[in-house]
Ligand binder design. Structure first.
Ligand SMILES: *[C@@H]1O[C@H](CO)[C@@H](O)[C@H](O)[C@H]1NC(C)=O
Ligand SMILES: *[C@@H]1O[C@H](CO)[C@@H](O)[C@H](O)[C@H]1NC(C)=O
Ligand SMILES: *[C@@H]1O[C@H](CO)[C@@H](O)[C@H](O)[C@H]1NC(C)=O
Ligand SMILES: *[C@@H]1O[C@H](CO)[C@@H](O)[C@H](O)[C@H]1NC(C)=O
Ligand SMILES: *[C@@H]1O[C@H](CO)[C@@H](O)[C@H](O)[C@H]1NC(C)=O
Ligand SMILES: *[C@@H]1O[C@H](CO)[C@@H](O)[C@H](O)[C@H]1NC(C)=O
Ligand SMILES: *[C@@H]1O[C@H](CO)[C@@H](O)[C@H](O)[C@H]1NC(C)=O
Length: 662
């Protein structure tokens, strides 16, 4: 069905995906340029998503980590203490602000963004499915209407901009839900939706009603309250608003849902989504979880390690990206980020609930130029994601903002450039691919932090078990050294005499590398030899040939030696089947059949687009970044014009799969 549907398409390609920039491991080790502060960046005035700033990679630490170390591993999970709970390949998902979905996902149910479909398909091919959260501040003021007068699917309620916090009301049409369902039918995206919570005496439950009716089992959960611990600071509740007030309001919406016959599923609510102003324990201590256990599908928090609010909005203290860059490039970052939640992941397990990181990225208020969009961020997010998994989170959503944030996993081009510019894929998207492969499709992968190289913070490593078997090893090198002197060799040894067991290494192992010349690099990133190109270069399909290294193991010595360059990440597959499972031979892709320059769902003064650097307090380039004091009041630059006329294809897919209830 898929093949015949695609064969109907008239293939029209304007693509210029960077086929040439495929890097292989051996070339990297010979030495490549490292970053140097870029002169042109100082005068850059374009949108943040394309900022050319390149920082200097941090120097090699002194003392430098050992370049040889052994990982003595058990082949059977039964002999391992401290493994995580079972994890899915879809552990890493995406969080998309509700007000920007028609820039990123599609304009309507028949006009989906093809690069978005391809990007989701890449994850699906590796993890079996994709998790996307649609929500954020704008969920609170959303209202569903059957249709809009102008025929669009989504619109800001301009009259509501007079409210004191400048958070706009948002009108969504029924068609938005069909758009999401169509994405699901094509790429098995499953959705978390936010329900409005601004008015607890008059709940607007249509997102729950229509979401459940249209998405069915593909609706994973409904978030009730986005960062309620910031409600009083944002003027959405009185200054006295407390965890017990949130507890009370949560009870009210449970009652409203109980009384709503159009919401058949009543046990998929998600809270408290606190951001750190309240601790999760502040909410647990109200009795939240046991009181509402039969309504709660998952518990969640939202958190960013730091913020760039001074540069963006003049709030707080200035932060110099070069100064803080090294803090992202150690294992301590991920460990420190999960530490405040270890009690809660343990508590969630005791209560039988998954615990989710519902929104995160490198820094709120847009992230940092040179950090959020660098290869360093790819390594950082991957280690942070694996650390969350090891710490018994059950999923984490990387946030997607507008054109004026630095941290996007993917960014559509400005509308008026959409006939010749493609999407820009950010480093953390590669982290999602690598993590999806680390956990695969079984839902049954457990992970442990190995404390590798005497707990060295620059060379962390994890082991991954599927069912009871050791299947993969994940190895990081956070340093940058093109000379090769800080390339390390990890010697993997499995069972053997040390454990009183037979030697356990396979005859050979396979290795996929996540690579770039430097932690500062913004382009030239590859995952197993394949790339999504540089700025404006991607249609969402991986380009270049797959490059999987083979390591011959020494079964007499019981060792497999794997090299990891500085910088780099290696995913070591200890069996052929673990490799095949996540290496799609014929990836599902969505060729481009139509371009448009008419996708224009929000208004923007073009002169602002030309001159704003995305930082000005009056800049019209709307951020949906957390920390934006304007909330997400400005929806920002409109998304791509690359779109597929999907009606034929989608019809064929859906008839064939009957996967979506419409
Ligand atoms: C979706 O948008 C396209 C382009 O504006 C339009 O041609 C099409 O009719 C719309 N489809 C729906 C279902 O509104
Ligand atoms: C996708 O959207 C189109 C337009 O609304 C609709 O006709 C179609 O039924 C939708 N679903 C599928 C699966 O095509
Ligand atoms: C909640 O938001 C809706 C939609 O913007 C608005 O009409 C309503 O007045 C708001 N209610 C409160 C109490 O803020
Ligand atoms: C862990 O969470 C439980 C449940 O809220 C709480 O009773 C306990 O005090 C917390 N422990 C710590 C160390 O915060
Ligand atoms: C994760 O959960 C497992 C199973 O309950 C437990 O053994 C392990 O210690 C937990 N890990 C952490 C870091 O809390
Ligand atoms: C993994 O979990 C998802 C969601 O529950 C399910 O749809 C899928 O079938 C599971 N995969 C396997 C291999 O069990
Ligand atoms: C897109 O619009 C901006 C603002 O008007 C303008 O500066 C830029 O040159 C335009 N790009 C193209 C390719 O027309």
């Amino acid at each position: 069905m898929q093949t015949s549907a695609l064969s109907l398409l008239c293939y029209l390609s304007f693509l210029s995906v960077a086929q040439a920039s495929v890097t292989v491991y051996s070339q990297v080790r010979l030495g490549s340029p490292t970053g140097t502060a870029s002169g042109s960046a100082a005068s850059y005035t374009g949108a943040a998503a394309y900022d050319p700033t390149i920082l200097n990679p941090p120097p090699i630490p002194s003392p430098a980590p050992a370049t040889q170390f052994t990982l003595q591993l058990a082949s059977s999970a039964q002999n391992v203490q401290g493994l995580s709970i079972p994890q899915p390949g879809a552990f890493f998902g995406f969080s998309i602000e509700m007000s920007v979905i028609n820039q990123v996902i599609g304009i309507n149910s028949t006009f989906l963004q093809v690069p978005f479909l391809n990007l989701m398909a890449n994850v699906k091919e590796r993890a079996g499915r994709v998790h996307v959260r649609v929500g954020g501040n704008t969920q609170e003021y959303a209202t569903v209407v059957p249709t809009l007068a102008d025929g669009k699917d989504m619109e800001k309620d301009k009259t509501s901009l007079t409210n004191p916090t400048q958070t706009p009301g948002l009108f969504l049409t029924y068609d938005i839900f069909y758009m999401l369902a169509n994405v699901t039918a094509l790429t098995n995206v499953n959705w978390y939706l936010g329900v409005p919570f601004n008015d607890t005496s008059n709940f607007r439950l249509q997102i729950a009603e229509i979401g459940e009716a249209v998405l069915g089992d593909h609706l994973l959960g409904l978030q009730v309250g986005n960062e309620p611990d910031l409600y009083s600071a944002h003027g959405h509740r009185p200054q006295t608003y407390s965890p017990s007030d949130y507890f009370g309001e949560f009870g009210t919406i449970i009652q409203a849902i109980a009384n709503d016959a159009n919401i058949p599923v009543k046990n998929n609510l998600i809270g408290p989504s606190v951001s750190g102003t309240w601790t999760p324990e502040d909410v647990w201590n109200t009795g939240f979880v046991p009181s509402y256990s039969s309504s709660l599908g998952a518990l969640a928090v939202e958190h960013y390690p730091t913020d760039n609010c001074y540069a963006e909005y003049g709030i707080g203290q200035p932060v110099d990206p070069q100064t803080v860059f090294p803090q992202f490039l150690t294992h301590a970052s991920g460990q420190g980020l999960v530490a405040p939640y270890l009690n809660s992941t343990n508590y969630a397990q005791s209560q039988g609930k998954p615990f989710l990181m519902f929104e995160t990225n490198t820094a709120s208020c847009g992230g940092f130029p040179g950090i959020s969009d660098s290869f360093g961020a790819a390594l950082w997010a991957l280690d942070y994601g694996l650390q969350m998994a090891y710490s018994n989170f059950s999923g984490a959503m990387l946030h997607v903002g507008g054109q004026n944030v630095y941290y996007n996993p993917f960014t559509p081009p400005p509308t008026n450039e959409s006939s010749y510019n493609q999407w820009t894929i950010g480093p953390v998207y590669y982290s999602v691919l690598a993590l999806a492969e680390a956990f695969g499709t079984s839902n049954n992968s457990r992970i442990i932090d190995l404390g590798a190289n005497s707990q060295n913070q620059y060379t962390p490593a994890y082991a991954i078990y599927e069912g009871s078997n050791l299947v993969k090893v994940a190895l990081f090198n956070f340093m940058t050294d093109p000379s090769g002197a800080n390339t390390y060799t990890a010697t993997i040894s499995i069972d053997g005499s040390a454990a009183g067991l037979p030697n356990g290494v396979p005859t050979q192992a396979h290795v996929k590398y996540l690579l770039a010349p430097s932690v500062s690099s913004k382009t030239d990133m590859t995952w197993a030899g394949q790339t999504l190109g540089g700025v404006f270069q991607s249609d969402g399909r991986l380009a270049g040939s797959l490059n999987v290294e083979t390591v011959t193991c020494d079964q007499n010595a019981n060792t497999c030696q794997v090299q990891v360059p500085a910088p780099g990440f290696a995913l070591v597959f200890l069996s052929q089947s673990s490799l095949s499972e996540v290496s799609p031979s014929a990836p599902q892709t969505f060729p481009t059949t139509a371009y448009t320059q008419t996708i224009n769902t929000v208004t923007i003064n073009p002169s602002v687009l030309a001159t704003s650097n995305g930082r000005g307090r009056t800049g019209e380039l709307g951020s949906t970044s957390k920390g934006n004091p304007n909330g997400a009041s400005r929806v920002g630059v409109v998304g791509s014009g690359v779109a597929l006329l999907l009606s034929i294809v989608v019809g064929a897919f859906v008839i064939g799969r009957e996967a979506v209830r419409l």
